[in-house]
Every structure is written in C-alpha cells, then in structure tokens.
Design a protein around this ligand. Structure first.
Ligand code: HEM
Length: 554
C-alpha cells in the first residue's frame, strides 16, 4: 500500500500525516481559493477538481514548508555565527577575531587541488575570494596559508601590520639555493637586523636621488649600454633580443654597483649571465614539493644543477669582480661603490654580517639585472602587438628629445606616456608579491591569522580585476595618465609595500625608460617571422629561448 506522506507546517512545528487532511481544514488554515469547487458539476468532474485541488494545495504546502525550513535554518546559522563572534570578543578582548572561511580539504594535499586548472594559482585565489570572502584560509599540503584579496586587506598586511607579516616562507628549495640557509638571501630571508642593514646599504644605490652624482653616473651608464645594445641589432633580421638585453643590463648593474663591466663576447661573462637567468627562472617557479616536502627528492637533480650554477657565479664574482679589492680597500676611505660599502661594513667591529653574507647580497642585487631583462623582453612583446603605442612613444621622443640627442633617464619628466607604458606592462604581467609569513598571531580585516601562516597577497586580482580597471585585458598606457601627468592608482601595488617592498623598482623604471627610449628613437619593432607573442600572465620570468623581433630603422 502506498502511503502518501504530507508535510504541513502547523504552529511552528513540523508534523507528519499519513493521510491527506480535509479540504475544509486546509481552507481554514491556508485560505485556499476553493470557491470554484462549490459550483454544481458532475460527480466525476467534482472528484477531479477535488483531486487537483489536493495536489495543488499539497504542493504549495510543501513549498511553503521547505521555505520556512530554509529560512529558519539561515536564522539559526546567523545566530550561531553571532554567538561565535561574541565568544571570540570575550576571549580575545576587543579584537573579536573570527576564523577565516576555509573550503573543505582533502587528506595530505589539503587544498592543493583547488589551485589546479588555472593559468596561474592567483586566478584560483580570486575565485576562492569570490566564493568564500576576501580572506580565505587554506591548507596547502603541510603548510597553513592565508589568501588575502582586496586592496584594503593587502595594505593592512603589507603596511599597517607590515611588522607582523615580514617573514618569508621556509621552503626547502630556498634553503638549498642559498648554501643551506635562506637567511643569506635578500628576498627570501626573514626580517632581522641584518636585513635592515642590508636594505639601508642598498637603498642609496637602487634609489638614486635625481640630480645627485649617483643619478648622473647611472644616467651615463644606461646611455652607454643602450648604445651598445643598439649596435648589436642587425636591421630587419630576426633578432633574439633577450640575450642582448641581458648582457647589457648586467653591465649596467655591474658598472653601477661594482664599477666593472665586461665585453659581451667574454665567454665566462656570457655563461655567468646565462646562469643568473636560469636561477631567476627557477626562483620564480612554484613547486608542489614546496608544500609537500616528502616530494623534494624529486627535485634533487634540478637542485644539484642550481647549486652548480650558484657556485659558478660565486667563482666569477670572486675572480672577476672582487679580485684584490677586499684586501686592498683602506677602511678609512669613503666607499666608491656598493662593493666597497660592503667591504667597509664587514671590516668594522661589531658588523651584523660577515663577508660571505655580503657576497650573497652582492650576487642577489647583480641578479636583479635578470628581472629587468626578462621584464624588458616582455615590454617589447607588448609593443610589437601594439604599433599605435610604439607610434605614440616615438611622437613623444620626437617632440621632447628630437633625433639628434640621445634619450636619457633625465627625460622622464617630459615623457609621461613612455613612463605609463612601463606601468601598463608591469600591470599586465601581474607578477606575484613574494609570499610573506606571519611572525606572530595577528589579524587581517578582523580575521584571525595564526603565527607561521604563509600569506599570499592577491596582486593578480589588484592588477586585472574588472572592478578596478576599465578593460583590464587591453594594453592601454593612457589609464596611467591624467591631464598629461603620470598617475598611479592606490590599488596598483606591483612592487609590494612596507618594510619588505621591492628594492629594485626604481632601477626597473630607469633602465626600462632608457632602453625603450633608445630603441624606439632608432627603430620600429616588428614581429619576427613565424613568431607569436603570448605573454604568460603572472610571471616575470621567461624561458631562455623566447620571443624574436625584427627592428626596422626609422
Ligand atoms: C619588473 C620587475 C620587478 C618586479 C615586478 C618586482 C616585484 C617585487 C615584489 C612584488 C617584491 C616583494 C615585495 C613585498 O614583499 O612587499 C619584490 C622584492 C624584492 N625585489 Fe623586486 N621586482 C622587480 C625587479 C627588481 C629588481 C630589478 C631588483 C634589484 C635591483 C629587485 C630587488 C628586489 C629585492 C631585493 C626584493 C626583496 C626585498 C625584501 O624582501 O626585503 N626587484 N620585488
């Protein structure tokens, strides 16, 4: 026998009937419009009407009941959340911190699977942000992580609470790359007095103030090396640009920090530049093994190779750059460059770090040239796809500099469109902010952040979001101009912020300006034969063999 079960809502209780209630009863309770049923019809039709009325009535009752169940569940859930917040307030004083939302996780891998299926993991972070809220807690393998979305929250982590989130992840890969100790690295170390000193010593060189001797010296170096690059271009031939830019950018860095430069044909120099580029590519990769250390042995071969490359770089630096300078430097004299600044520092009593650490810092900062050369190669790839942008830059050069004088970094003030093009390329590449780590229990936007959590700041969302930018996937330098002046929106944070912000962004701006200006003053950039220019969003590092270009004399 089929038992029809009806669920009716009666005075706030759920009741189960195993027989249909009378229509009279239903009418009284729910005022259903059964008037038409009173009309005189044949018993069969009347029966049919009654049966239809029952079905309709029961469906409505079921729907209403379900709705009430859902609503009451929502109310109960809301009350539960509020109770939790109140409980947290009483436990944490006034802070009232709550746990960030977190998706359901899997054994061992935690939430790693959620990062799959995207071009870059940061797209996954945006999707998680939309689903769960701006702050999301993840367990990536064995590592507890926090994803931070939104300008306000990113600023809170980088700047307002910069001192709470100033460490870097403790990935085994970083340890191995820096002689077993990631504290040797400028970018991957935790915050310390040593790091403060290293940053302060570098700032003078990486942020040369306009109209100082340091600035004019750098201006001259950039002009010389840009001319050297241009002299290696064969017009209208397919040109592999990255190695040319890499070698001359390296010479800019070496001249500026070490007062030394090399012949671009010098084999040992060329090999060193290739090594830097390979390591730059490596440190820009993310591996599952970073989160599941038991997989690290799978990277063994790769890590051995990296160790070999770093060893070769150290040999080059000691033999070709430092030479006898350490022994011969008179500690009483004023340092002539960054190298002598380091030597003077480590020779003083109570120095915070030794010569070995100083050499790592020197290698790191020389390695900054790889960031610039990879970036510039991508800028050229944007330019080749946007001939009208090239044309506007060329017009800006012709109007403000002319054809007889070389474009120099001193012309930046009168060439805002060229500057805006550099910003636009930085925006479109959307390179991630190097992950931070919470050095204490803290909070972001009222959400509890546990000490040791790796913090991923979603810079990709800040750079590409449709809410923040008009037509974000289009290359439009104009977006950074207002009344002919360069403007930088507050949500544009491509170089991070606070005490761990990028130390090299002024170098990026200055060198890029000089090189782009020099090339477009002399050439128009065209696509090479059979070359496509797909730029991988979210990564500054390019593979070794990458875009070729053709240069046509203007
Ligand atoms: C387009 C090129 C570049 C981009 C997009 C970029 C971006 C960044 C970002 C996002 C950070 C992390 C900031 C943070 O945690 O708040 C960073 C750190 C750093 N950058 Fe850059 N950078 C670039 C080029 C350079 C260059 C050319 C140099 C060297 C001259 C450099 C040196 C550093 C250093 C040393 C750090 C670590 C600072 C610290 O942890 O205390 N960067 N960079």
């Amino acid at each position: 026998m089929q038992i029809t079960t009806h669920i009716a809502f009666h005075y706030g209780n759920l009741k189960l009937y195993n027989h249909p209630p009378s229509t009279k009863l239903l009418r009284q309770r729910f005022c259903l419009p059964l008037v038409s049923l009173r009309t005189r019809r044949s018993p069969v039709v009347r029966k049919m009407f009654f049966s239809m009325a029952f079905t309709l009535t029961n469906t409505l009752i079921i729907l209403a009941s379900l709705m009430l169940v859902v609503i009451s569940k929502g109310i109960l859930e809301e009350r539960r959340k509020r109770r939790n917040i109140e409980k947290n307030v009483s436990e944490n004083g006034e802070s009232g911190l709550i746990e960030p939302p977190s998706p359901r996780k899997l054994p061992i891998i935690g939430h790693l699977h959620l990062l799959g299926g995207y071009e870059v993991p940061y797209q996954a972070f945006s999707a998680l942000g939309e689903k769960f809220g701006k702050i999301v807690k993840l367990q990536l393998g064995g590592v507890k992580c926090i994803v931070v979305n939104g300008e306000k929250n990113v600023r809170e982590a980088l700047v307002t609470k910069g001192s709470h989130f100033d460490s870097r992840p403790n990935f085994e890969r970083y340890q191995q790359l820096f002689d077993g100790n990631k504290e040797n690295s400028l970018a991957f170390c935790d915050w310390s007095e040593t790091q403060k000193v290293r940053r302060d010593m570098l700032r003078v060189h990486t942020f040369p103030r306009a109209f100082t001797n340091n600035f004019f010296a750098l201006e001259n170096i950039i002009s010389i090396e840009t001319k050297n690059m241009l002299s290696q271009i064969t017009p209208e031939a397919n040109t592999d640009l990255k190695p040319i830019i890499a070698k001359n950018c390296a010479n800019i860095f070496l001249s500026h920090f070490c007062s030394k430069s090399f012949d671009v044909q010098d084999e040992r120099f060329v090999k060193t530049i290739e090594n830097f580029d390979e390591i730059f590519f490596e440190v820009n990769q993310g591996y599952v093994a970073d989160f599941l250390p038991f997989l690290t042995p799978l990277l063994k071969k790769n890590m051995e190779r990296m160790k070999c490359l770093t060893h070769e770089i150290r040999q080059f630096v000691e033999d070709e750059i430092i030479e006898k300078r350490f022994d011969e430097f008179d500690s009483e004299s004023e340092p002539a460059d960054y190298v002598e600044g380091l030597i003077k520092y480590v020779k003083k009593d109570n120095a915070d770090f030794d010569w070995n650490t100083a050499l790592f810092a020197l290698e790191d900062i020389i390695g900054g040239h790889a960031a610039v050369s990879n970036f510039l190669t991508q800028v050229f790839a944007f330019l080749v796809k946007e001939p009208h942008v090239q044309k506007k830059i060329q017009e800006e050069i012709d109007e403000n500099v002319g054809k007889n004088k070389t474009v120099t970094i001193g012309d930046r003030n009168v060439m805002p469109y060229t500057e805006a093009t550099i910003f636009e390329a930085v925006r479109m590449i959307a390179s991630p902010i190097v992950p931070r780590v919470a050095n204490r229990d803290s909070s972001i936007n009222g959400y509890k952040i546990e000490k040791g959590s790796v913090i991923f700041m979603n810079n990709y969302e800040l750079n590409i979001s449709e809410e923040l930018w008009d037509q974000p996937t289009k290359f439009k330098p104009e977006r950074f101009l207002k009344n002919g002046n360069l403007v930088k929106p507050d949500h544009f944070l491509p170089f991070g912020g606070g005490r761990r912000s990028c130390l090299g962004y002024r170098m990026v701006q200055l060198i890029s300006f000089g090189v782009i200006g020099g090339f477009l003053q002399n050439f128009t950039i065209l696509p090479a034969d059979k070359e496509s220019y797909k730029i991988q969003v979210g990564s500054l590092a390019l593979k070794k063999d990458t875009f070729k270009f053709k240069f046509v004399k203007r």
